[in-house]
Every structure is written in structure tokens, then in C-alpha cells.
Design a protein around this ligand. Sequence first.
Ligand SMILES: Nc1ncnc2c1ncn2[C@@H]1O[C@H](COP(=O)(O)OP(=O)(O)OP(=O)(O)O)[C@@H](O)[C@H]1O
Length: 622
Amino acid sequence: MAKTIHEQQCLEMQKETEGVKAGLQARLNELESLLNDSNNRVKELETSAKSKCQSWSMKVNNYQSFMDSQFHAMRDLRFTSDAIKQELLKTQKSYFEEFNLLEVKLKALADAAGNYREVLNENRKLFNEIQDLRGNIRVFCRVRPFLPGQNGKQTIVESIGDNGQLVVTNPAKPGKEGQKTFKFNKVFGPAATQGEVFADIQPFIQSVVDGYNVCIFAYGQTGSGKTYTMTGPNDATEEEWGVNFRALNNLFKISQNRRSTFQYEVGVQVVEIYNDQVRDLLSNRTGPAKKMGVTSISQPNGLAVPDASMHPVLSTTDVIDLINLGFKNRTVSATALNERSSRSHSIVTVHVRGKDLKAGNYIYGNLHLVDLAGSERVDRSEVTGDRLKEAQHINKSLSSLGDVIFALAQKSPHVPYRNSKLTQVLQSSLGGQAKTLMFVQLNPDVTSYSESLSTLKFAERVSGVELGAARSSKEGKDVKELMEQMASLKDTIAKKDEEIERLHLLKDLKNGYPGIDGEQPRTGSLSDKQSETGSTDDEKSEITDAALSMGTETDGSAEYVHSPEGVSLGKPKVVPKVRVLQKPAQATPTSKSESPRASSPAIKKTLSSSSNLVKPVVRKKV
Ligand SMILES: Nc1ncnc2c1ncn2[C@@H]1O[C@H](COP(=O)(O)OP(=O)(O)OP(=O)(O)O)[C@@H](O)[C@H]1O
């Protein structure tokens, strides 16, 4: 029993042992596989550590070589920097040496520049003196650019030289054969700015302040840029200002600079001449424009159009306002009269009176800025009525301007200022006492070639004219007083003259002489004959003045002859319209024109009307 129990126990123990043994064997197997895994992992780690180690050592090598190269570079840089430092020191030294040398040279150069400026000023002064002595009219030509929308147009301008040379080509004759060369004082191309143009005329403005009379006028066909040059475009910016605004701006600047020595007063008149009638563009009057008389000016401060309103101006803004007002008045008329602007002459006259604060002298200067009517010759067969009248007036006034200029050129004893209102108004600024500048405006379009050519020919003739030395109107107190006395005496004489003429006229009318009622005249009195020829009072006074003062009448409507009795009677003769030049003074030694008093037109007029020594015979115009 015990044995069985023992055997059972042994069997159980054996079973248990076998179970433990199997468990241990499983555990052993497990541990073996773990060991294997670990071994594998160790191997892997060893491999990766090896490769990492290799890469790190490679990197270390790279860094090492990089460090080495940087070190070398640094060493090189240090060498270079040392070399540069050395070089810099060397350069600095030589720079200082050269700087000192330059200072010495610069000083010498500054001295030379001072001398050069002096020489330049001297040259300019001499040039001006020569110009003043020659007094010739200066002519500037300005070619306007093609207007927007006129791209691709063909130009007649072949070349513009710096020396004032202009070559134009006849579009009908291409090549050298069709080229014509003109020479002016200066030619401004289409790209010239308003500022560049004014820079060349600034000395003229200086002259006005110095007591000279100056006339600047723009001549050219309609649309050639006269208004642009003289005034600028509508609503012009300061950059686009034309000669008018720039001139006055400059004038104010000069007077401001001189305020310690001179006190200046500036007044402006703006008039328009349309159909040979002068109209005040700054008048406050409403209604029909008043017809303005023009006086021949003999005193320095005399006004050519005394009835036109005079506006004192203190600044450029005043001037802009006035000129704009004038243009507005002109524009109002333009609408009514169908673009009248291009058919009337507009004249801005600037009167300058400067008082020398030390000496008490006065200086008077006038500046006429004239925008002439378009110069194109209208074919008379194509226009009628008002247009024909306008064209005739423009042609007459422009040809009168030409006549005056050429009479001055030929030093003719008589200059026909009185042939048109234009030349009468400009009288004080055309001639020996004045400086004159003409802008010839050119339209570059080939379609305007023939007009442009005649404009250029006229301008070329004008540019050759020498007017004689211009004179300043500086005067002492005594001279000024005498001039004023003389002016008032002349005024009195002129008034008396008018009275006498009026009385003559009245007497003639009373005697039943015609003119107004259209009857034929029976005797040869001046008033009769003018009534007959349809002359107005104005024309009468012009004829009498011009003929008696200078002994010349260029109008052809009246001729003055002398009989031994001093009176020429006889019927009006019908003769072709010719220019008649007769000098009463030469015709008879007893002529009143020999009297010293007769040098004044007004005095002569008095003599003629009171003594009847010289009487006109009127020829009918054909
Ligand atoms: N130098 C210029 N630069 C730019 N535009 C210009 C220039 N000259 C003229 N013009 C332009 O050409 C046109 C005609 O010019 P403008 O009216 O001055 O001619 P004009 O000769 O005065 O004509 P009119 O006889 O009809 O008064 C205008 O539109 C003007 O702005």
C-alpha cells in the first residue's frame, strides 16, 4: 500500500518533473530565441555604429579640410588686407598731395574763370553796343510742331542750323533744286520750349526797364503759332506762358531787384486793331466799341492811344487777369464776328516809368507786344463783303508795316507811319529810338509752302534792316519839365487846330458846299474834296499831317501842289492810283515848311489851315 502510494507519488512527481522539465525546455527555447534576437540586434547595432562612425569620421575630415581652407583663406585675406592698408596709406598720401596741388590749380582756374566772365560780359556788352549802334531789327524764326492728329505729315523744313540758318524744301521740287536757305538771328525748331524762346529775348525786357522802347511782334499766317508764342495756349501753365506773361514777370523781377535805386510804375493797355479801327479790350464800357484816336507821340511818356484805359499793375497775377480779360473781350467779339482773332491785330502795351531815387531823373520805357493778324493773302476774287474788307485792311496794315520798316531801312526822310493805325500805334517802338524784334512763325506743313515762303522772304528782308542807334529815354528833371511843357503846348495847339478845322468845315457847309449832300464841289478846299472822296475826319487829319509834316503822301488819294500864289484850285482829276511824292518845302522857297516852327505836324497843320499857303488838290481814287 505504502509502496503503491509511494509509486503513485513517484509517478506524480515524475509527471510533475516532466511538466517542469517541459516548461523549462520551453523557457530555454524562448531564452535561446531571445538570445538570438539580441545577438542579431547587437550585430545590427554594431553595423550601424560602424557606418555612422565612418560617416562621422568623413564629416570630421571634411570639416577639418574646410577649416584648413578657411584658415588659408583667412591668412590670404589678412595678407591682402595688409597690402590694401598699405596701398590705402600710400593712396591717401598721394591724394593729399594731389588735393593740395588741385587746390592750387583750382584757385588759378577760379581766377581764370573770373577773368573769362569779365571778358564774356565785356564781349556781351560790346555785342549789345554794336547791335544798339546798328539798331537793326532782330528776326527770330519759330517753326511750330505738327499738331496732335497731324502725324505723318510732310514737313517743308529741311534743316535748322545753330547759326540761324533755315533750309526749306519746295515739296513740288524734291532735292537740292527745290531748297532755299534763309538766315535769321535765330531759328527755333518745333521742339523749342517757351522758356528757351524767352531766354533769348530777355535782354529786350531789360532794355525796357533801362528806358528803351521795345516792340516785339509775331508775324505769320493763321495757325502758325503767333498767339502761342506771344501768349501761350488757353489756360496755360507757368511752363507754357508765352512772351507776354514772361516779359511782365521778368519786368517785375528786375524792378524788385532794383528797388533800392529805382522806383518803377508799370501800366498796361490792351487794344485790338480791326478793320483799321482801334478798340480798347480792357474798357468797362458796354455797348458798341468806342472808336479810338491815335496820336503821334513826341514826348517820351506819350500814349499812342490815350483814350484806351490804362491799368496799373503790381504783379504778374494782375497782368494775367488783365490779359485774360482782354482776350475774353476779344473772344466775345470773335463769336460775333466769326473768328475775328486771326483777322485783328492785338497789342499789349506796357508803359514803364522808373524814378532814379538818387538823381530824381525819370526813365520811360514802352514795350509793345503785338500778335498780328494772319498774313496769308486772301485771293480777292474768292472773298466778298466783310471778309474782303477785313482782308484788305489786313493787307494794307501789314504792307504799311513793311513800308515803314523799309523806309527806315533806306533812311528815307519820310517814314509813312500814318498809313495805318497799326504803324501809328507802334510808331514810338519802330524807328531810331527803339529796339524791334520780329518773330516769324512758320507752319511746317507742305500745304502751306507758298505762304511760308512769302513769309520767310518778307522776314529775310526785314532782318537786313538797320534802324540806327536805339536811344534810351533817360532825362533830367529840367528836360522832363520842358518836355511836359512842350507836350501841353502841343496839345493846346492841336486842340486849337481842330477848332479851326471845324470852323472851316462849318463855314464851308454854311456856304453851301457839298460832301454830305453829295453835290459836286465848286472850289478846291480840303474839306470839300475830302467830302467828295468820302474821307472821314480822321483821314483828313492824316492826310494833312502826313503831307505837311514830311512832304509826302503815300496813300495816293490826295496830292499837294503849289502854285506861285500858294494855292492850287481846280477840279478834282481822275487819275490812276499812284504813289505821289511831293515836297511842299522844295516846291516853293516861301513855303511855311521852311519855318523852324513848322517842324511840328500840329504847328504845320495850324499854318496850313490859317494861311492857305499850301492847299491840296484831291484826286479821286480809282
Ligand atoms: N510751339 C508750339 N507748340 C505746341 N503747340 C503749338 C505751338 N505753336 C502753335 N501751337 C498750336 O497750334 C495752334 C495754332 O496756333 P496759334 O493759335 O497760336 O496760331 P496763330 O498764328 O496765332 O493763329 P491766328 O492767326 O488764327 O491767331 C494752336 O492750337 C496752338 O496751341
